[in-house]
Design a protein around this ligand. Structure first.
Ligand code: DC
Length: 209
């Protein structure tokens, strides 16, 4: 079974998807981390974030791997913490925009979802990567709450900067953020993580009949 969780930055996707995967005993696939890891490697290797073909070649040569302990590797390097830097926040949408890059990532994401029951988190999972997903959820939250959550994740960054970054990312990510017509929309603004996980787990149970 595939549970697709999509939505904008700060809507609660990562926290909810990881907790849900733990509860269900499913694999957790963080597709944003895949774009982030590629972005990190491109910066490391001096590949221009505007150069789609060069980025696609790099992605093809260096698949991202999710380790059993939850860490993320690319080109044999543990990038779990490095991919959460503010500079990667800013560069990742540029890298993720290239269709050549998305085509490679999409294939990898599909393969991961086919290997095991999975919770796949991203922007285009329910529409493009896994339109056949048995459960589709689109998480939203109001802008102030999303900025507050980001701030809690990045203690060194100012509130103004976070809010401006979030708006810029929304604009850049909008083109690839799609809500499936059959997705259940959950507004997480005033919900706890447990409440959101309970709601999605109930949808999974319903589908299992
Ligand atoms: O969810 P996140 O912030 O970790 O995502 C990092 C970047 O990758 C962000 O710019 C959105 C983009 N992304 C995407 O285009 N498609 C996905 N399926 C997942 C993330």
């Amino acid at each position: 079974m595939i549970v697709a969780i999509d939505g904008p930055a700060g809507a609660g996707k990562s926290t909810v998807a990881a907790a849900l995967a733990r509860r269900l005993g499913f694999r957790y696939v963080d597709t944003g981390a895949m774009y982030r890891a590629l972005t990190w490697l491109a910066r490391e290797r001096g590949v221009d974030p505007e150069d789609g073909p060069a980025l696609a070649a790099l992605a093809a040569a260096s698949p991202v791997s999710f380790e059993a302990d939850g860490s993320i590797e690319i080109a044999g390097i543990d990038v779990t913490d490095a991919i959460r830097e503010a500079e990667i926040d800013r560069l990742a949408p540029v890298v993720a925009r290239h269709p050549e890059v998305r085509a490679i990532m999409r294939e990898r994401q599909r393969a991961l979802g086919e290997e095991a029951d999975s919770v796949i988190e991203g922007r285009d999972i329910g529409t493009v990567v896994a339109p056949q997903a048995e459960v589709k959820v689109f998480l939203v939250a109001d802008e102030r709450e999303r900025a507050r959550r980001r701030l809690a994740d990045r203690p060194g960054v100012g509130a103004e900067e976070i809010a401006a970054d979030l708006r810029a990312r929304d604009e850049q990510d909008a083109v690839n953020t799609r809500r499936a017509a059959d997705a259940v929309v959950l507004d997480t603004t005033t919900m706890s993580v447990d409440e959101v996980v309970d709601r999605i787990a109930a949808l999974v149970e319903e589908r299992r009949g």
